[in-house]
Design a protein around this ligand. Structure first.
Ligand code: URP
Ligand code: ZN
Ligand code: ZN
Length: 455
């Protein structure tokens, strides 16, 4: 099957240009201005033609205690496709003592229902010295990234020795450590104080996890990375305190990379206080911050202190959160939905409101994720020979976001009632149209596991 997308404005990280794009089978076979014939021709006049979005931080089918996220790999990747995301990277997480290989193979079973292509990061909580070479084996299997947490003690937190050892091992084998950075002891102390003062309502989750605790952990991990001479990537950076530390390390020449997520660009502490149920929407980690951080995050996205926008899509229903919130805020499962809306939110509030350029939008949502996570040039740009993961973007369509119309399986939206302009009109995954004018054309299992390579 061949496809010609004609007369669109092609956007890559290098900038917009007018032209036609030819797809033969699963690959882009030519890019040019001379029209050619094809089995199907899509006229993209007035539309933007961009590489499919890549969301490097999702939690589909994630069990936390007795709770489970509302989206599995089918519903989550279907929603991603509606929003123009054609690749996701989720996580495999070993049980205590389980080998990385077994955790990987188990998680592949969950991920099999994906509609779009997917990769996996490997979570490491503890890895004794004599098992560090399991990370080399993971690289061979196509997992290049290892996630370590400095928070969530007794569940996910790794100690500094483990973080340092994995950093050193990735320096040797070409992998990349990605880190959830928050200082667990500061959080513990705040939680104890808040509970002792009777401050048990959901909003106190946010007050228990300060920007200082985030920045302190960012600094600590950067110091470990410097000592190991290894690159490091920070997930969900939420505040200017962290940005300053990252910027400083980058200025010193260290390979420090980071993402932020829409929830930090668009929500703040001001959102608390409408009512207790609505407050539950804002229980995610790191929490919403003081509003002043939002423009500083945009600046950091623009000046390349931050290279990626991911979603940290971790959708727990409000009914689930409400049930868990009976005693105090500490029992509420953390996380927010977002896999469907990343491209459109960043387009509307970033490009249309002139905070970032069109090509920076593509870079943040697709090209940089591909480059940092071992998928480039197969994904993340529009090159001859690349996978034909393409979005035809209608820059004019206006819509209102709502849980009643979104495709995620979760019972609420963080952006309920927001009016936005710009929409993924046609979404193509490896040459197949999977969404067109709001109609879904794919099936479970169409997505493939992506073997990634060290960058
Ligand atoms: O609140 C969040 N982010 N939940 C998902 C787990 C994590 O910390 O990324
Ligand atoms: Zn996290
Ligand atoms: Zn996460």
């Amino acid at each position: 099957m061949s496809l010609l997308i004609s007369n669109g404005t092609i956007i890559t990280e290098k900038g917009p240009f007018a032209g036609n794009l030819f797809i033969d089978g699963e690959k882009i076979s030519a890019i040019g201005t001379t029209p050619q014939s094809a089995d199907r021709i899509i006229d993209a006049t007035g539309k933007l033609v961009i590489p499919g979005g890549i969301d490097v931080h999702t939690h589909l089918n994630l069990k936390v205690g007795s709770n489970i996220t509302a989206d599995d790999f089918y519903s989550g990747t279907r929603a991603a496709a509606f929003g123009g995301t054609t690749t996701i990277i989720d996580f495999a997480q070993p049980e205590k003592g389980e080998s990385l290989r077994d955790a990987f193979e188990k998680r592949l079973v969950d991920a099999k229902k994906s509609v779009v292509d997917y990769g996996l990061h490997m979570v490491i909580v503890n890895l004794p010295d004599d098992r560090l070479e399991e990370t080399d084996e993971m690289l061979t299997a196509g997992i290049t990234t290892f996630k370590l947490f400095t928070a969530y003690p007794n569940r996910l937190m790794a100690d500094d020795e483990t973080i340092f050892n994995v950093l050193r091992q990735t320096k040797r084998n070409g992998g990349l450590v990605i880190t959830h950075a928050e200082d667990a002891s500061m959080i513990d102390a705040s939680v104890k104080q808040l509970l002792a003062d009777g401050k048990i309502e959901p909003k106190y989750h946010a007050y228990s996890r300060s920007t200082t605790s985030e920045a302190r952990a960012v600094k600590r991990v950067i110091n470990l990375a410097k000592k190991a001479s290894a690159p490091v990537y920070f997930v969900h950076i939420s505040c200017s305190d962290s940005i300053e530390i990252i910027k400083q390390a980058q200025a010193e020449g260290y390979k420090v990379y980071a993402e932020t997520c829409p929830q930090y660009l668009f929500t703040s502490l001001d959102d608390f206080g409408k009512d207790e149920i609505t407050d539950l929407k804002y229980i995610f980690t790191p929490p919403p911050r003081d509003k002043a951080n939002q423009e500083l995050l945009w600046q950091a996205l623009n000046d390349n202190t931050l290279q990626v926008v991911s979603t940290d899509h971790c959708p727990f229903n409000l009914t689930t959160k409400k049930e868990a919130a009976q005693n105090n805020f500490t029992a509420i499962p953390n996380g927010t939905p977002g896999i469907e809306h990343r491209l459109e939110l960043i387009y509307h509030f970033g490009v249309l409101q002139k905070r970032i350029s069109l090509n920076r939008w593509v870079e943040l949502c697709s090209t940089n994720p591909a480059k940092l996570f071992g998928l480039y040039p197969r994904k993340g740009s529009l090159n001859v020979g690349s996978d034909a993961d393409i979005v035809i973007w209608n820059p004019e369509t206006k819509r209102t976001i709502s849980a009643s119309t979104h495709h995620m399986q979760v019972d609420h939206s963080l952006y309920e009632g927001w009016e936005i302009q710009g929409q993924a009109e046609t979404v193509i995954s490896r040459g197949k149209i999977i969404v067109e004018n709001g109609i879904f054309h794919a099936s479970a299992g169409q997505g493939k596991f992506l073997k990634r390579f060290p960058q």
